[in-house]
Design a protein around this ligand. Structure first.
Ligand SMILES: O=C(Cc1cc(-c2ccc3c(-c4nc5ccccc5[nH]4)n[nH]c3c2)n[nH]1)Nc1cccc(F)c1
Length: 269
């Protein structure tokens, strides 16, 4: 079915993603669906020479079906723009909650990390490496469930594309900092960084004043825990933030880790 802009009533802007804006929209015809319509400007895509990446992102995301992965229902274009029909996430961007509260409780963090690990088991099962896991790429569904919202840097394993170091380095694993080949184990490392950031409020190797020092701390795995983190979660984070990719905890070990299990009893069924 060919969609056009005329099929939708336009709602409010939801945010400024890369290469364009995202609007809350509703289909005019029954059943009335609420969506997040992302507009990408063809001129900008051509200028930034990311056409192949966008095509890959559409290709990858269109074939994914998982409760913790944001759906791409379809897309269409006019002469100037490409429109992506993305799932509307009822509770918005996770990083806004993280900056509002400063940090999350162990119970809330454990639920998110369980959902993240479950989504990664699914993605890796389809040989998709995410490569850009960080709070800014995560959304929250209407029941507070986590949704991976961005596949801008996903590749089909094994990945060896140069990742131009735009954005934060905080989530880069040693092998990418050292420019080596990387596997889906980069996502295991990022899951460890994400767990730490949810609980502490900043990523483990962050150095606001020096990018080089962040690199050094990543390569050395210079990991320090503040007081107040349970021994169980320190164990999980340490097993994910292993310098050698094969030594990192497997994802099925993450979802059955004592720290996850002890908190999963208190999640809504
Ligand atoms: O660009 C993105 C990722 C992306 C997702 C979004 C996005 C942003 C916000 C929302 C929201 C949303 N819900 C809200 C509720 C309250 C407040 C704000 C909200 N934003 N739902 N779904 C979204 C989706 N922006 N950018 N995907 C993409 C790009 C190119 C090709 C492709 F296949 C996918």
């Amino acid at each position: 079915r060919e969609w056009t802009l005329h099929d939708f009533d336009m709602g409010r802007p939801l945010g400024k993603g890369k290469f364009g804006r995202v609007y809350m929209v509703r289909t005019k015809s029954e059943p009335k669906y609420i969506l997040a319509l992302k507009t990408l400007y063809k001129s900008e895509i051509v200028q930034s020479r990311v056409e192949k990446q966008i095509r890959r992102e559409i290709e990858i995301q269109q074939n994914l079906r998982h409760p913790n992965v944001l759906r791409l229902y379809g897309y269409f274009h006019d002469e100037k723009r490409i429109f992506l029909m993305l799932e509307f996430a009822g509770k918005g961007e996770l990083y806004k909650q993280l900056s509002k509260y400063g940090r999350f409780s162990e119970r809330r963090s454990a639920k998110y990390i369980y959902q993240m690990a479950d989504a990664l088991i699914y993605l890796h099962g389809k040989h998709v490496i995410h490569r850009d896991i960080k709070p800014e790429n995560l959304l929250l569904g209407i029941n507070g469930e986590l949704k991976i919202g961005d596949f801008g840097w996903s590749v089909h394993a094994p990945g060896n594309r140069r990742k131009t170091l735009c954005g934060t380095l905080d989530y880069l694993p040693p092998e990418m900092v050292e420019g080596k080949d990387h596997t889906e184990r980069v996502d295991h490392w990022a899951l460890g960084v994400l767990t730490y950031e949810f609980l502490v409020g900043n990523p483990p190797f962050e150095d606001k004043n020096s990018v080089n020092n962040t690199y050094r701390k990543i390569a050395k795995v210079d990991l320090r825990f503040p007081k107040g983190l349970s021994p169980e979660v320190q164990d999980l984070i340490s097993r994910l933030l292993q310098h050698d990719p094969p030594k990192r905890l497997a994802l099925d070990q993450v979802i059955s880790h004592p720290w996850i299990l002890q908190h999963s009893k208190s999640w809504a069924p």
